[in-house]
Ligand binder design. Sequence first.
Ligand SMILES: N[C@@H](CCC(=O)N[C@@H](CS)C(=O)NCC(=O)O)C(=O)O
Length: 212
Amino acid sequence: MKLYIGNQKYSSWSLRPWIAMKVKGVAFEQVLCRFDDHPERIDFKTFSPTGKVPMLDNGGVKVWESLAILEYLAELCPDKGFWPGNIDQRAHARAISTEMLGGFMPLRSECPMNMARKHGAIEVSDGVRGDVARIEQIWSECLAASGGPFLFGEFSNADAMYAPVVNRMEIYLLSDHPAVAAYSTAMKALPAWQEWQAAGRAEPWIYPEDEA
Ligand SMILES: N[C@@H](CCC(=O)N[C@@H](CS)C(=O)NCC(=O)O)C(=O)O
């Protein structure tokens, strides 16, 4: 199984299936595809119909779109708990995952994920403040209901979808909500998180458009 990903410093969509596969112990080969115009750059259109990463290739079965990849993995490995086992929790997990996929545009555009950025506040819009408040609500409700340490207890696809937000909250000092602190501590303790972050920090390539 091959997972095509973008730069680990910046590619928040790539992080989602990558961290889920690592945490759940699904073996895969990763293919790093740089965003810039370097001569070694692989043209994303040669492997991905949308020209975007992430893209999973399982013996010729191609799945693109981060949430579709996570759904595929859940079906491929039904015993690994990619989604919560309880139907009510599963519905909730899918709802907040879809909310992440299609929403939070101000946060996503003004506060890009950046694994190597020094921590420091930036000026943000009311839209970002609204997104942060909604995410604080989602995380605090889920953690209160499940008891943590992840949104539905054990790590699930919902956590994969929100993983990049942990970085954004931290580097731009966006929240001092206790649920954000608790959730971030759990996420950052994962060996998979640490592996991704170390790889992102080791990348020498800087893209000004992703440096808020
Ligand atoms: N909705 C897509 C978004 C994918 C996406 O925007 N990927 C970015 C990297 S994080 C990308 O491939 N950008 C390259 C480009 O737009 O040329 C998903 O969930 O996978």
